[in-house]
Write a protein that binds this ligand. Structure first.
Ligand code: PLP
Length: 354
């Protein structure tokens, strides 16, 4: 095991922080000054360091490039009034990263190493966590094959890294989603439950086709019959029908979202009637038509909650109840925002303070 306190730090002598305008942050454009790197040589983790954010040197034969031997996570940190940084549910991300690692024949990242990577990097780039209401720092841990070997086999050497970027107040616009009845994101026995690069590349083309038809995103259905709703883009989906909160139950074709889990935890805590089960496309279409569907929304780290205002089904655009009149999703959003910002008691122990 790595001596995790032995992290070599090289400070960035040319900070870009002056380029950060908290009033207008464009997602993914500007990265914080430093990156965390550690190497796995087939036996142990070594040479942990924090260095200036910079391009990588990697073998042109790396299976990360050729075969998508690469996994990632996404989480956020919030600046509290006290100046401390609150990271939201990081324990869930390391659990999921290591689940993805197993599926991709990669070594697990030791928890202690993971927490050290967050602590050291965020402490050094503390000023990059914006303080303005609704803003946050997006954290991207990732692990990829560092082999210099082009054959298809389990890799031996790996690199685990963390980069971060400030994100603006994401008051997400309501989205129009299209029920996908041809393309497939995940199938049973596949890798849909993992955040591995190879799940995301192929989803861009069908999403682009839907965009050309005026949709913001796809609502993926099961890969066998296109009969059941799975999830949307990088969000899980939830429906409120007759006062019940309904969401597709997890399996190996659905990403186990941390926002999903947080929303379900709140809902149960509030005594809501929660159903995790298979959700048929036909059921949702019928509920929209009969007026029993009250709300539909996506849940994920990027937007936290995104209202769905319309659903495309075959050649029809089904309009959902007015977003301004919804009550359930806004309550989840407000509660989660308040917990993250430290305005509400963190009764579930979701924040890690740095
Ligand atoms: C990341 C992701 C989600 C949402 O997960 P969170 O942990 O809530 O951010 C949902 N679906 C897919 C496909 C994802 O990649």
């Amino acid at each position: 095991m790595l001596d995790t306190k032995n992290i070599h730090i090289t400070r960035n002598s040319e900070s870009k922080i002056a380029q950060l305008n908290p009033d207008n942050i464009e997602f993914g454009k500007l990265y914080s000054d430093h990156q965390f790197v550690v190497y796995f040589d087939g036996k142990e983790w070594k040479d942990a360091s924090v260095e200036p954010y910079q391009p990588l040197t990697i073998s042109a034969a790396s299976p990360a490039i050729h075969y998508g031997i690469s996994i990632f996570e996404g989480l956020k940190a919030y600046k509290h009034d006290s100046g401390k940084i609150a990271v939201f549910r990081p324990d869930k991300n390391i659990e999921r990263l290591n689940l993805s690692a197993e599926r991709m024949c990669m070594p697990k990242v030791p928890e202690e190493l993971y927490y050290d990577s967050l602590d050291v990097l965020l402490d050094l780039d503390r000023d990059w966590v914006p303080a303005k209401e609704g803003t946050s720092l997006y954290i991207r841990p990732f692990l990829f094959s560092d082999d210099d070997y082009i054959g298809i086999r389990p890799s031996q050497s790996f690199r685990y890294m963390v980069i971060t970027c400030p994100v603006g107040a994401y008051y997400s616009q309501p989205v129009k989603v299209k029920i996908e009845d041809h393309y497939v994101r995940a199938v049973e026995g596949g890798s849909g439950y993992c955040k591995t690069g190879c799940n995301y590349g192929p989803s861009i083309y069908p999403a682009q086709l839907a965009k050309q038809k005026g949709f913001d995103q796809l609502l993926w259905t099961d890969g066998k019959e296109h009969k059941y709703i799975e999830e949307s883009g990088t969000m899980n989906v939830m429906f409120v029908i007759d006062g019940k909160l309904i969401t597709p139950k997890l399996g190996d074709t659905i990403l186990n979202g941390i926002t999903r889990d947080s929303v379900l935890t709140l809902a149960r805590d509030w005594g809501m009637d929660v159903h995790e089960r298979k959700v048929e496309v036909a059921e949702i279409v019928d509920a929209i038509r009969s007026g029993t569907l009250q709300e539909a929304f996506g849940v994920g780290t990027a937007a936290t909650i995104a209202h769905i205002e319309a659903i495309g089904y075959k050649d029809e655009m089904l309009q959902l109840p007015k977003v301004e009149e919804r009550e359930v999703a806004p309550k989840f959003l407000k509660t989660l925002d308040d917990i993250k910002a430290g305005r509400t008691e963190d009764k579930f122990g979701w924040l890690r303070m740095i």
